[in-house]
Design a protein around this ligand. Structure first.
Ligand SMILES: *Cc1c(COP(=O)(O)O)cnc(C)c1O
Length: 218
Protein backbone atom coordinates (compact mmCIF):
# COMPACT_ATOMS: atom_id res chain seq x y z
CA UNK A 1 0.00 0.00 0.00
CA UNK A 2 1.14 3.56 -0.64
CA UNK A 3 1.49 6.03 2.24
CA UNK A 4 -1.55 7.91 0.93
CA UNK A 5 -3.69 4.76 0.94
CA UNK A 6 -2.43 3.73 4.37
CA UNK A 7 -3.28 7.14 5.87
CA UNK A 8 -6.68 7.28 4.20
CA UNK A 9 -7.71 3.86 5.44
CA UNK A 10 -6.22 4.43 8.88
CA UNK A 11 -8.21 7.66 9.26
CA UNK A 12 -11.44 6.07 8.08
CA UNK A 13 -11.10 3.55 10.91
CA UNK A 14 -10.87 6.27 13.59
CA UNK A 15 -13.79 7.88 15.42
CA UNK A 16 -14.50 11.36 14.04
CA UNK A 17 -13.41 13.29 17.13
CA UNK A 18 -9.92 11.77 17.08
CA UNK A 19 -7.08 13.80 15.57
CA UNK A 20 -4.35 11.78 13.90
CA UNK A 21 -0.90 13.30 14.30
CA UNK A 22 1.18 11.60 11.61
CA UNK A 23 4.62 11.27 13.15
CA UNK A 24 7.05 11.92 10.32
CA UNK A 25 10.32 12.09 12.28
CA UNK A 26 13.29 10.70 10.33
CA UNK A 27 11.09 10.41 7.21
CA UNK A 28 11.93 12.37 4.06
CA UNK A 29 9.95 15.33 2.72
CA UNK A 30 8.62 13.12 -0.06
CA UNK A 31 6.90 10.78 2.40
CA UNK A 32 5.21 13.79 4.03
CA UNK A 33 4.14 15.11 0.62
CA UNK A 34 2.55 11.76 -0.22
CA UNK A 35 0.51 11.96 2.95
CA UNK A 36 -0.22 15.62 2.21
CA UNK A 37 -1.59 14.85 -1.22
CA UNK A 38 -4.04 12.43 0.36
CA UNK A 39 -5.41 15.43 2.26
CA UNK A 40 -3.59 15.01 5.56
CA UNK A 41 -2.33 18.19 7.25
CA UNK A 42 -1.29 17.26 10.78
CA UNK A 43 2.28 16.08 11.30
CA UNK A 44 4.43 15.46 14.37
CA UNK A 45 8.18 15.72 14.84
CA UNK A 46 10.39 15.33 17.90
CA UNK A 47 13.44 17.38 16.90
CA UNK A 48 13.42 21.15 16.51
CA UNK A 49 15.97 21.30 13.74
CA UNK A 50 14.33 18.61 11.65
CA UNK A 51 10.83 20.04 12.07
CA UNK A 52 11.99 23.55 11.18
CA UNK A 53 13.82 22.33 8.07
CA UNK A 54 10.65 20.58 6.93
CA UNK A 55 8.42 23.56 7.77
CA UNK A 56 10.65 25.83 5.68
CA UNK A 57 10.15 23.90 2.47
CA UNK A 58 6.79 22.13 2.81
CA UNK A 59 3.33 23.68 2.26
CA UNK A 60 2.44 26.32 4.84
CA UNK A 61 -0.97 24.88 5.67
CA UNK A 62 0.63 21.92 7.45
CA UNK A 63 0.02 21.92 11.21
CA UNK A 64 3.31 21.03 12.90
CA UNK A 65 3.12 19.36 16.30
CA UNK A 66 6.24 19.22 18.48
CA UNK A 67 5.83 15.90 20.25
CA UNK A 68 9.31 15.44 21.74
CA UNK A 69 11.03 16.80 24.80
CA UNK A 70 11.72 20.48 24.10
CA UNK A 71 14.74 22.41 25.36
CA UNK A 72 14.18 26.01 26.35
CA UNK A 73 16.96 27.38 24.17
CA UNK A 74 15.29 25.91 21.07
CA UNK A 75 11.78 27.28 21.55
CA UNK A 76 12.63 30.37 19.48
CA UNK A 77 13.09 28.31 16.32
CA UNK A 78 9.59 26.82 16.37
CA UNK A 79 7.69 29.74 17.92
CA UNK A 80 6.84 31.36 14.55
CA UNK A 81 4.90 28.36 13.30
CA UNK A 82 4.36 25.48 15.75
CA UNK A 83 0.70 24.45 16.05
CA UNK A 84 0.79 22.50 19.32
CA UNK A 85 3.58 21.60 21.77
CA UNK A 86 2.77 18.24 23.37
CA UNK A 87 5.41 17.65 26.01
CA UNK A 88 5.50 20.67 28.30
CA UNK A 89 6.66 19.75 31.77
CA UNK A 90 7.79 22.89 33.60
CA UNK A 91 6.83 26.48 34.27
CA UNK A 92 10.26 27.59 33.06
CA UNK A 93 9.58 26.06 29.65
CA UNK A 94 6.14 27.71 29.57
CA UNK A 95 7.68 31.08 30.40
CA UNK A 96 10.07 30.74 27.47
CA UNK A 97 7.28 29.62 25.13
CA UNK A 98 5.23 32.62 26.27
CA UNK A 99 8.11 35.01 25.64
CA UNK A 100 8.80 33.67 22.16
CA UNK A 101 5.08 33.51 21.32
CA UNK A 102 4.71 37.18 22.27
CA UNK A 103 7.61 38.11 19.99
CA UNK A 104 5.73 36.41 17.17
CA UNK A 105 2.38 37.91 18.09
CA UNK A 106 0.90 34.50 18.73
CA UNK A 107 -0.67 32.41 21.44
CA UNK A 108 0.96 28.98 21.39
CA UNK A 109 -1.12 25.96 22.35
CA UNK A 110 0.51 23.47 24.71
CA UNK A 111 -0.24 20.19 26.44
CA UNK A 112 1.16 19.22 29.81
CA UNK A 113 3.03 15.93 29.72
CA UNK A 114 2.06 13.72 32.64
CA UNK A 115 4.31 10.89 33.72
CA UNK A 116 2.18 7.77 33.66
CA UNK A 117 4.80 5.14 32.77
CA UNK A 118 6.74 3.18 35.32
CA UNK A 119 9.94 3.51 33.30
CA UNK A 120 12.41 5.97 34.75
CA UNK A 121 13.31 7.38 31.34
CA UNK A 122 9.98 9.02 30.56
CA UNK A 123 9.60 12.74 31.09
CA UNK A 124 6.58 14.39 32.58
CA UNK A 125 4.90 15.92 35.59
CA UNK A 126 3.33 14.07 38.47
CA UNK A 127 -0.38 14.75 39.00
CA UNK A 128 0.46 16.88 42.01
CA UNK A 129 2.99 18.96 40.14
CA UNK A 130 0.58 19.42 37.23
CA UNK A 131 -2.14 20.71 39.56
CA UNK A 132 0.30 23.02 41.26
CA UNK A 133 1.48 24.37 37.90
CA UNK A 134 -2.09 24.92 36.69
CA UNK A 135 -2.93 26.91 39.83
CA UNK A 136 0.31 28.88 39.96
CA UNK A 137 0.34 32.64 39.65
CA UNK A 138 3.33 32.28 37.34
CA UNK A 139 1.15 30.49 34.82
CA UNK A 140 -1.75 32.90 35.27
CA UNK A 141 0.50 35.79 34.33
CA UNK A 142 1.34 34.26 30.93
CA UNK A 143 -0.91 35.55 28.16
CA UNK A 144 0.71 33.96 25.10
CA UNK A 145 0.41 30.30 26.02
CA UNK A 146 -2.78 28.28 26.24
CA UNK A 147 -2.85 24.89 27.95
CA UNK A 148 -5.20 22.80 25.86
CA UNK A 149 -4.93 19.43 27.58
CA UNK A 150 -2.70 16.56 28.61
CA UNK A 151 -0.27 14.19 26.96
CA UNK A 152 1.18 10.91 28.18
CA UNK A 153 3.26 7.95 27.08
CA UNK A 154 2.65 4.47 28.43
CA UNK A 155 5.39 2.08 29.43
CA UNK A 156 6.95 0.32 26.43
CA UNK A 157 5.69 -3.20 27.13
CA UNK A 158 3.54 -5.99 25.69
CA UNK A 159 1.53 -6.04 28.90
CA UNK A 160 -1.83 -4.60 27.80
CA UNK A 161 -3.15 -4.58 31.33
CA UNK A 162 -0.32 -2.32 32.41
CA UNK A 163 -0.78 0.01 29.42
CA UNK A 164 -4.52 0.18 30.05
CA UNK A 165 -3.94 1.04 33.70
CA UNK A 166 -1.60 3.88 32.75
CA UNK A 167 -3.93 5.33 30.09
CA UNK A 168 -6.88 5.04 32.46
CA UNK A 169 -5.07 7.05 35.11
CA UNK A 170 -4.44 9.83 32.58
CA UNK A 171 -8.07 9.72 31.40
CA UNK A 172 -9.23 10.12 34.98
CA UNK A 173 -6.98 13.13 35.53
CA UNK A 174 -8.11 14.65 32.22
CA UNK A 175 -11.77 14.22 33.13
CA UNK A 176 -11.21 15.80 36.53
CA UNK A 177 -9.56 18.89 35.03
CA UNK A 178 -11.12 19.42 31.64
CA UNK A 179 -14.05 21.62 32.64
CA UNK A 180 -12.12 23.80 35.07
CA UNK A 181 -9.28 24.44 32.65
CA UNK A 182 -11.08 24.25 29.31
CA UNK A 183 -9.05 21.28 28.15
CA UNK A 184 -9.78 19.90 24.68
CA UNK A 185 -7.05 17.38 23.89
CA UNK A 186 -5.99 14.15 25.49
CA UNK A 187 -2.90 13.08 23.52
CA UNK A 188 -2.12 9.44 24.11
CA UNK A 189 -1.48 6.43 21.93
CA UNK A 190 1.23 5.52 19.39
CA UNK A 191 1.48 2.78 16.75
CA UNK A 192 1.73 0.00 19.33
CA UNK A 193 -0.89 1.14 21.79
CA UNK A 194 -3.32 3.59 20.16
CA UNK A 195 -6.19 1.07 20.22
CA UNK A 196 -5.90 0.85 24.00
CA UNK A 197 -5.58 4.63 24.25
CA UNK A 198 -8.80 5.13 22.27
CA UNK A 199 -10.66 2.91 24.74
CA UNK A 200 -9.60 5.32 27.45
CA UNK A 201 -10.79 8.46 25.77
CA UNK A 202 -7.78 9.60 23.78
CA UNK A 203 -8.78 12.13 21.12
CA UNK A 204 -5.30 12.74 19.70
CA UNK A 205 -3.04 9.87 18.70
CA UNK A 206 0.57 10.18 17.57
CA UNK A 207 1.27 7.48 15.02
CA UNK A 208 4.47 7.08 13.04
CA UNK A 209 5.66 3.63 12.06
CA UNK A 210 2.15 2.24 11.43
CA UNK A 211 1.75 4.87 8.69
CA UNK A 212 5.25 5.46 7.30
CA UNK A 213 6.91 2.11 8.06
CA UNK A 214 9.68 1.38 10.52
CA UNK A 215 12.28 4.04 11.21
CA UNK A 216 15.96 3.31 10.68
CA UNK A 217 17.01 5.46 13.61
CA UNK A 218 15.29 7.56 16.27
C1 LIG B 1 8.12 8.61 17.78
C2 LIG B 1 6.99 9.04 18.67
C3 LIG B 1 5.68 8.60 18.43
C4 LIG B 1 5.29 7.66 17.32
O1 LIG B 1 5.84 6.39 17.50
P1 LIG B 1 5.40 5.15 16.60
O2 LIG B 1 5.63 3.98 17.47
O3 LIG B 1 6.28 5.18 15.39
O4 LIG B 1 3.97 5.32 16.25
C5 LIG B 1 4.68 9.08 19.27
N1 LIG B 1 4.95 9.93 20.29
C6 LIG B 1 6.19 10.36 20.55
C7 LIG B 1 6.41 11.29 21.68
C8 LIG B 1 7.25 9.92 19.75
O5 LIG B 1 8.50 10.37 20.02
Amino acid sequence: MTIADTITSFKSSLPKQVTLVAVSKTKPMEAIMEAYRSGHRVFGENKVQEMTAKWEVLPKDIQWHMIGHLQRNKVKYIAPYVHLIHAVDSIKLLQEIDKQAEKNNRVIQCLLQIKIAEEESKFGLSETDALELLESKELKSLSHVSIKGLMGMATFTDDHVQIAKEFQSLQQLFNRLKNDYGFEYLSMGMSGDFEIALKFGSNMIRVGSALFGERNYD
